[in-house]
Design a protein around this ligand. Structure first.
Ligand code: NDP
Length: 272
């Protein structure tokens, strides 16, 4: 049976084994998928051990996404752009690093929420690992404008510099939270502020009636960002769909078949 796993530290909370077991059952694929706690100073060795045991691929979560990027022998275009890796494929040519987080976010917005990105004004809050992975997949859908706002504005500016040639003239810009002007069709919170029940200091005017506001974090209750957005007319969504879709994207890369996600998403939501 082909073996896969997710590496992280901590890892006990990971929902990936449950998600991939459901995908395997649904698509009739014979595989096993486990959680592996990698030591903080022993990620590369943990990966090599898993390969030696016959592992075919792995997911990578905090805090190892940058190390996974450095470890890979080859990178997909989106992993190069993200500068981080959340999916590894082990093959005859070595370790291939991929990043499915951004594609998962875009799939959740366009397929699950049914909101196209093309021609839309998009606001991305944050410039950390998750935000960086989202920029290329969003730009590929040709929004009319994309503003990246971050607490440390220089980090947002660095992202704009990295992607501006691809975005086209005038499409991509950076901002401080407080300086944001105008409203947006889609607002994505890729900051980790929600983890501490904090809200980036954005003006309420970024939302208009029907704006899609998505927080990458997920939980039983709406985050403070989702509550704030809803109070100002937005339709809100958390990061559970993104989580399931990034897994579907990884599963497709490993197994060549894309699982259906909607029933699993409903099931996982009911268990939060
Ligand atoms: P990083 O640590 O790489 O980046 C954190 C970002 O949040 C930075 O831009 C940082 O700004 C900003 N930030 C941190 N604290 C605050 C605050 N109090 N106010 C405003 N901005 C703040 O984290 P990740 O990018 O890896 O993760 C971001 C979020 O996305 C997390 O909530 C994570 O759980 C979620 N996530 C969800 C996934 C899913 O599948 N649903 C997948 C991946 C991530 P600065 O540059 O100034 O430090």
């Amino acid at each position: 049976m082909d073996r896969y796993c997710v590496f992280g530290n901590p890892i006990a909370h990971s929902k990936s084994p449950e998600i991939h077991a459901a995908f395997a059952a649904q698509t009739g694929q014979q595989l096993s998928y486990e959680k592996r706690l990698a030591p903080l100073d022993g990620f590369a060795q943990a990966v090599q051990d898993f390969i030696a045991e016959g592992g075919k691929g792995a997911n990578v979560t905090l805090p190892f996404k940058l190390e996974a990027h450095a470890l890979a022998d080859a990178l997909t275009v989106r992993a190069q752009a993200a500068g981080a890796v959340n999916t590894l494929l082990f093959g005859a040519d070595g370790i291939v690093g991929d990043n499915t987080d951004g594609a998962g976010l875009v799939a959740d917005i366009t397929r699950n929420a049914g909101v196209p990105l093309a021609g839309k004004r998009v606001l991305l809050l944050g410039a950390g690992g998750a935000a960086r992975g989202a920029v290329l997949p969003i730009l590929e859908h040709r929004p009319s404008a994309m503003v990246i706002a971050n607490r440390t504005v220089a980090n947002a500016e660095a992202l704009v510099q990295q992607f501006s040639a691809l975005a086209g003239t005038g499409v991509l810009s950076a901002s401080a939270f407080e300086a944001l002007q105008g409203s947006f069709d889609i607002v994505i919170n890729a900051t980790s502020a929600s983890l501490n029940a904090a809200l980036p200091p954005i003006p309420a005017t970024v939302f208009h009636q029907g704006t899609l506001a998505l927080d990458m974090m997920y939980g039983k209750e709406p985050t403070v960002f989702m509550q704030f957005a809803a109070e100002h007319g937005a339709t809100v969504r958390d990061g559970l769909g993104m989580l399931v879709e990034q897994a579907a994207e990884a599963f497709q890369g490993w197994r060549g078949v894309r699982p259906e996600t909607s029933a699993l998403l409903v099931q996982m939501r009911s268990k939060l």
